[in-house]
Write a protein that binds this ligand. Structure first.
Ligand code: SR1
Ligand code: MG
Length: 399
């Protein structure tokens, strides 16, 4: 932290200018800070010809709460390393990091100016057919090639040691698996669903399953995860999508990334009960989301299985039966973590625009209740479900 100082727009311009050849001599630079995320400062630096880059600086605390919640700035290193690793494995769908500065906890990266945040697009009921195929490719490649199927034991352990990310993992451990299941002061609960939230606090059967999912999150380092795979971490346009914001990355259970993404599509599905008044338009968007969820899982599983068959060099792990069980386990975990994400985004600290943009609180409560019900079903029934269509059937039978 010696020498660290919170960037002003001037500092961000100097940083971007020094570490890229993009702007050239005599460029007139301008800069705005536009971050609205939970944790960091984000600047756009632009020259008079319209070329631009992003400077992201980690603050020594969580921006959404303030200085009372200190947070390591080492998360910028983790983010840079995860993005660089993922970009090598899936360059089309990962934002490019150009420079990382340890002292200033700052990252210089490409500006995805022609892209928009996926969550805002989905809230506005925009649809992209390439979303699921591209994100399936991102997940299959980044997760397979950082797993034991692709890395040697010593190599994987070396990476794993550098990317333990204890502080950011602790945030997830608390916000995802602990707070929603007790009367925690960090929770943020719509008064109209207080009774439903209270039921979660006393549901011992559910707590046992969440304990299992948390234990796996703590101790199943299958692959280098993005760690925060929600629709605010994805930029999209009419042709492509790119994943950003990997500061929660660590070696964990593969189903955590897949499940977080599935849940965020489900949150959008449920949010549209209150966001879109026109029934036909709502049903059309919801059916788009279901087909994306189905495609996401099917193409992810297909590509992961292809990689297992064609690329696995570890003789013991080449066993067919083991690989089938492994895929089933990823599916089971995906459903469980999707369930936890639905619940924590409904009653926990960090909510999502898909629900928050529903202006009528009774209508919001209707979507929120469905999210809690579906979240619980996914967690409880995850061992019994064996196909993505069964998830979709569950969704249709929600009260
Ligand atoms: C204090 S951080 C709250 C949430 O924002 C991040 O994007 C993660 O999802 C985290 O849980
Ligand atoms: Mg983020």
């Amino acid at each position: 932290m010696a020498g660290y100082q919170t960037f002003t727009t001037e500092d961000a311009m100097r940083f971007a200018d020094e570490h890229s050849g993009l702007f050239g001599d005599h460029s007139k630079l301008s800069c705005e800070e536009f971050g609205d995320g939970n944790l960091n400062l984000v600047f756009r630096v632009e020259n008079d010809k319209g070329s631009s880059l992003i400077v992201k600086q980690a603050l020594p605390y969580a921006r959404c709460v303030g200085e009372s919640w200190p947070l390591t700035t080492d998360r910028a290193r983790i983010e840079a390393e995860v993005l660089i690793t993922h970009c090598k494995l899936c360059p089309d769908h990962t934002v490019e990091v150009l420079h990382y500065d340890a002292e200033q906890a700052a990252i210089l990266m490409e500006d995805l100016k022609d892209y928009r945040i996926l969550r805002s697009e989905l809230v506005a009921a925009k649809q992209f057919e390439h979303l699921a195929p591209q994100l399936a490719a991102y997940l299959a490649n980044t997760l397979y090639y950082t797993s034991d199927f692709a890395l040697t034991g010593p190599n994987k352990k070396q990476q794993l040691g550098r990317l333990l990310n204890p502080e950011l993992c602790l945030i997830t451990e608390d916000l995802f698996f602990t707070d929603p299941y007790c009367n925690h002061e960090r929770n943020n609960i719509n008064i109209e669903i207080r009774n439903d939230a209270q039921q979660l606090w006393h549901d011992e059967t559910l707590h046992a399953e969440v304990a299992q999912l948390k234990a796996d999150f703590l101790s199943k380092p299958q692959a280098l995860l993005h760690g925060d795979m929600h629709s605010g971490s994805i930029f999209i346009n009419d042709d492509n999508c790119k994943v950003i914001d990997a500061e929660f990355g660590f070696y964990g259970p593969i189903g955590f990334d897949v499940g977080s993404l599935v849940a965020n599509l489900l949150l959008n599905y449920l949010g549209h009960f209150g966001l879109t008044a026109d029934t036909a338009a709502r049903e059309q968007h919801q059916s788009y989301l279901l087909s994306q969820i189905e495609t996401l899982w099917q193409q992810f599983a297909e590509q992961f299985k292809q990689l297992l068959s064609n690329e696995c060099r570890e003789p013991t792990l080449q066993n067919n039966l083991y690989q089938q069980r492994f895929m089933q386990q990823i599916f089971t975990d995906t459903l469980g973590y999707a369930g936890c994400e639905l619940i924590r985004r409904t009653v926990g600290l960090a909510h999502v625009a898909d629900f928050e943009h529903i202006t009528d609180s009774t209508q919001r409560a209707h979507s929120e209740r469905k999210a809690l019900q579906l979240g619980r079903e996914l967690i409880m029934q995850r061992h019994e479900l064996s196909s993505i269509n069964q998830l979709i059937t569950l969704l249709r039978y929600l009260k």
